[in-house]
Ligand binder design. Sequence first.
Ligand SMILES: C[S@@+](CC[C@H](N)C(=O)[O-])C[C@H]1O[C@@H](n2cnc3c(N)ncnc32)[C@H](O)[C@@H]1O
Length: 280
Amino acid sequence: MSDSRTGADSRMSTTIDVTVPHPARVYDYLLGGRDHYPPDRTLGAAIIADVPDVQVAARANRAFLGRAVRCLVSEWGITQFLDIGTGIPTAGNTHEVAQALDPAARVVYVDHDPIVMVHARALLKGTPQGRTAFIHADLRDPESILTDPAFTANLDPARPVAIMLVAIMMYILDTDGPQAIVARLLDAVPAGSCVVITHLTGDANLRGVLRIVELGRRSGLEQCARNRAEFESLFAGTELVAPGIAPVSAWRSDLAGTTEVDRAGAADSALLWAGVGRKC
Ligand SMILES: C[S@@+](CC[C@H](N)C(=O)[O-])C[C@H]1O[C@@H](n2cnc3c(N)ncnc32)[C@H](O)[C@@H]1O
């Protein structure tokens, strides 16, 4: 059996708090999933009421994730993934996309939300040739990820790794040192590795984005928007691969396998920036 799962980090809470909205569950609501509680639905519905395009943007973000993984495996030969901010499993999880192209692909998932840990079993059903694992950890403590046995045992340090930070960096506030966190992760992987990031825009479509941030804050869910320059600063130490920074639905929308959801996302592409940087 190639799958593994670490025990919960004792410093991390394993209690699912259903009294306040959580990012994974609100996102699940926006994607039309079933794993959410009343506070998540209340916030999700309020966001949809004020920013109707947010659901298309969430689907476009998810479709970008799939395109980026396809591109990493089939064009750049990267078959190891560290997917931080996994979310509740849904269609097209990273290991499913990667292992469909290379059954030996390895994926280590990381999330701090106990509900994602509960669902992690669904993420651990990979191919016999590949590996999947889950780490219950907080991105704000990158050392806890990099020293976890699930990271060290499943990802070969000699081969490139794609660090997936898809729709998570907006929860890492400036006071958490987002650039230093990404730099620390990049430091742990060899040249040729990539970092994949999407983020709420802090310039394009500002009215809608600021409303999302404000509604979240009022419900106790802190997140931030970042403008293009701030977003680009997260890629320090890498070279942005073509097409550079782009709205999520525009990033490599030429790729074979682009779905109807990708095209639908074009309508609201400006809610999220996307980019992929390659470590030189
Ligand atoms: C919006 S979801 C994105 C899910 C998936 N990456 C995607 O784009 O489809 C954000 C995820 O990041 C996780 N997250 C937020 N802050 C985190 C942190 N500090 N450490 C680890 N996970 C975090 C949430 O629990 C949630 O599952």
